[in-house]
Design a protein around this ligand. Structure first.
Ligand code: FE2
Length: 136
């Protein structure tokens, strides 16, 4: 099999209707895939941690950009969305810290968490500002 089962493929249904944010979401998906592939190649812990932190850092940048976009467009549920971002960021950092300390051995669990939050967040939460932007 050419492509790993663990790889997420971008679907049009993930689009929030904003080109810049779609671009960043695609980048997040590709960073997640990098981590996933590094795992299935059996890369060393340092490499895996670096890849995971790359995802964390880009996530922070992305959330900041997204919050700025929502704020500048007057999106009414900004605070709620920010709170969700904060929770997600804390959770991911927590996983990364646990992972680095060798306390997280179930990398499949970590991977599933990352995949689910990414896709669920885009389709469940980000889509709301996408719909708002489309109307305004
Ligand atoms: Fe978001």
């Amino acid at each position: 099999m050419e492509k790993s089962m663990r790889t997420i493929e971008w679907k049009d249904s993930y689009s929030v209707g904003h080109a810049g944010m779609d671009q960043q979401h695609k980048k997040l998906v590709s960073l997640l895939n990098e981590f996933s592939q590094a795992l299935s190649r059996g890369e060393g812990k340092t490499k895996l941690y670096e890849t995971l932190m790359g995802l964390v850092e880009y996530t922070k940048k992305h959330f900041k950009d997204e919050e700025e976009l929502m704020a500048s467009s007057g999106f009414p549920d900004l605070d709620e969305h920010k709170a969700i971002h904060k929770q997600l960021t804390n959770k991911v950092i927590n996983y990364a810290v646990q992972y680095n300390a060798g306390e997280l051995t179930n990398t499949v669990e970590l991977l599933n968490f990352l995949k689910n939050w990414l896709v669920d967040h885009i389709q469940g939460v980000d889509i709301k500002y996408g719909q708002y932007l489309a109307k305004s």
